[in-house]
Design a protein around this ligand. Structure first.
Ligand code: NAX
Length: 340
């Protein structure tokens, strides 16, 4: 009877929260052998709704679920947290400038980082889903100086999964036959989905997809914009933003971090740069990453590491540099606001 893992979810009464919490309780994130305790953080206006979600979690009678707490106090929410999924964020309102958006999110992620620093478990791992995810992760990390930088991540797994499926459809293979695609840069329209190191049925993807080195044709005209603008396309067709697919991506990101990526494959995640591929140190940038798994939790936590040594074409280099420039501009903006 293992000790339960404490999972804190912010924005618990929101759409992604609703799609995420029941799957965590069902064991989809950490596996069928790992009991969980959930701590739900919400703002006062939505806390009653979060309490309703907690009632439904009770009514699921999930064998792995060892309790649900609901709070509006970040200190209570992150106390003892092994995993922190930061989903709640301030969306861009009408007439809001980018600096207003960054400032509003600084007021959320700064205090949450401080609460993580003060009270989370020694092995805490943080995934930021709420947008702008990379820069919110940067702010959270800056407010938690005692937690190792490698524990702060931003979600680009949904972009990664979108890229996998676009490649599979183009190659007319099941998505399970596609490996090693990469999302580079910011979780924004400037992101660069890269297929130059991907494989389809163990063959080089550029060969299968007939992509020339300069990316002319399908890659730059269809693939990159389709992946980068998929969120907007879902909004247009579904009449609402991506929710279940985002929750699924958060689950997979966390699962692979804790339990390891499959041998021979990698995934994408926003990590604090240590200068890999020339990305300025400290920026939270999406890279190709692996985790070697290891003990599910505890002091020897499995780590993400960036897959190094990939050769980048001129096209890839230019696209990555453009997205990294946007991350730098966001960092400058939050610096000017005193948030990092
Ligand atoms: P919702 O608006 O449905 O839910 C957000 C919830 O967060 C609300 O219930 C709100 O009360 C709560 N909240 C706000 N401030 C909070 C705070 N300080 N503490 C605790 N809770 C707080 O949005 P939803 O559709 O669930 O999306 C959540 C976030 O995910 C958004 O920022 C969205 O942009 C982002 N996304 C990120 C994706 C990614 O790939 N990284 C993809 C999906 C999604 O767009």
């Amino acid at each position: 009877n293992a000790a339960p893992v404490t999972v804190t979810v912010t924005g618990a009464a929101g759409q992604i929260g609703y799609a995420l919490l029941f799957r965590i309780a069902a064991g989809d994130m950490l596996g069928p052998d790992v009991p969980v305790r959930l701590k739900l953080l919400e703002v006062p206006q939505a806390v009653r709704s979060a309490e309703g979600v907690a009632m439904e979690l009770d009514d699921g009678a999930f064998p792995l679920l060892r309790g649900v707490d609901v709070t509006t106090d970040a200190r209570i929410a992150f106390d003892g947290a092994n995993l922190a999924l930061l989903v709640g964020a301030r969306p861009r309102g009408p007439g809001m400038e980018r600096s207003d958006l960054l400032e509003a999110n600084g007021a959320i992620f700064g205090p949450q980082g401080a609460a993580i620093n003060a009270g989370a478990a020694d092995d805490v791992r943080v995934l930021v889903v709420g947008n702008p995810a990379n820069t919110n992760a940067l702010i959270t990390r800056a407010a938690a100086p005692d937690v190792p930088a490698e524990r702060f991540t931003a979600m680009t797994r949904l972009d990664h999964n979108r890229a996998l499926t676009q490649v599979a459809k183009r190659a007319e293979v099941p998505v399970s036959q596609v490996r090693r695609v990469t999302i580079w840069g910011n979780h924004s329209a400037t992101q660069y989905p890269d297929v130059f190191h991907a494989t389809v049925d163990d063959r080089p993807a550029p060969e299968v997809l007939e992509v020339p080195e300069d990316g002319a044709g399908w890659l730059t005209e269809t693939f990159v914009p389709t992946v980068a603008q998929r969120g907007a396309a879902v909004i247009e067709v579904r009449g609402g933003s991506s929710v279940a697919s985002a929750a699924n991506a958060a689950l997979e990101h966390t699962h692979d971090w804790v339990r390891g990526t499959p041998v021979g494959d990698w995934t994408s995640a926003g990590l604090v740069s240590q200068g890999e591929y020339g990305v300025p140190e400290g920026l939270v940038c999406s890279f190709p990453v692996i985790s070697d798994g290891g003990p599910a939790l505890g002091p020897d936590v499995a780590r993400w590491s960036v897959v190094e040594g990939l050769e980048l074409s001129e096209l890839s280099r230019a696209r990555i540099d453009a997205s990294v420039a946007e991350l730098e501009a966001e960092r400058e903006a939050v610096r000017a606001l005193g948030l990092v």
